[in-house]
Design a protein around this ligand. Sequence first.
Ligand SMILES: *Cc1c(COP(=O)(O)O)cnc(C)c1O
Length: 413
Amino acid sequence: MSLVQSDPKIAELIAVEQRRQESTLELIASENHVSKAVMEAAGSCLTNKYAEGYPGHRYYGGCGNYDQIENIAIDRAKELFGCQFANVQPHSGANANLAAFMAMMQPGDYYLSLVLSSGGHLSHGMKLNTSAIFYKPDHYELDPKTETIDFESVRRKAHEVKPKMILCGYSAYPRTIDFKKFREICDEVGALLFADIAHIAGLVATGAHPSPFPHAHVVSTTTHKTLRGPRGGLILTNDEALSKAINRSVFPGSQGGPLMHIVAAKAVAFGEALKPEFKTYCQQIVKNAQALAAALQKQGYRLQSGGTDNHLMLVDLRARNEAFTGADAEQAMEAAGMIANKNAIYNDPRPPKLTSGVRLGTPALTTRGLKEADMVTVADLLDRALMGKDSPETLAKIRDEVAEFCKKFPMPH
Ligand SMILES: *Cc1c(COP(=O)(O)O)cnc(C)c1O
């Protein structure tokens, strides 16, 4: 029985959500629109099967097809990132990080990361997360002048704390990450380098951002951000001993049965990412981000670190109007059909529920086919929404304009 017949309420909500996605501009830096092929695999009969274990070593019968699918996913991931080992089973980025932590450290060990409020992820030591409950995070800083990684503070902290691991890779960092520099500091103190490339994985896979290999000992990522696959996680390494520890820490260490429909969808997405079109796509993401950044700066907004090298930017709204908050912007933008999230700016005096900035990203818009000139339109719509944030009529008018504009850019099919 079809979904519409068996559960009209949920079917209706999915249809409404599809229309929302089609008629709004998706500027959340961590989101994307997957292909029909990826969705088909994710919605397949593979959801019915238990496949605990790894290809050739399963704990249930009937896993032959699943072994082939998982091996294809693994081989494509290794090819995509140029490494020797991949575990494609983590259910999410946070799960991948937990398993990676378990492979690299013992409970109670110290590691260094960037704090959440400066652009890190909650799985990098936020106090309520396992990364802080079972391990001991300490943090390096951004340089207050450049608002980029302060490698002097990384080195100072590394020598002071003697961490087991140093974590780089972020959720809200618009600049290129110098993996080599991180590795040099790791080697000075005998620490492992862990690169979490959740946001930039697509850019890394296509050379639009330098690769963490050969510098990082372990690399984790999500598969659903710039990589444009199903929601999920992935762990990579070139180290034989670490690869064994990673396999153990994913299963049985932190997960049971893998989501094999998602593993299949990952395989499909990795296959797409190996095609030349995906490289063009990732280059366009960066071009679009730079065009959007320039257009916003022209309107008087300030960007943290002065711009972007990747797919995202942190917009300091105070430069346009001292009173603007991130919460204002998120609300006004949504009312006007543009979806983004408020985000702290470095050293933000406002609390996390308010903030002084928004984080904007171009992966989803680029998937829909927007180009540099369209970014100028987006910046204009965005600025008008903010300036008109107290006028529901203005916001409604912009929302209609956005919906009309969106018709030019169909969803992937
Ligand atoms: C998004 C993100 C994650 C977590 O991904 P989930 O799939 O939401 O668990 C981990 N690390 C970084 C840096 C991220 O940006």
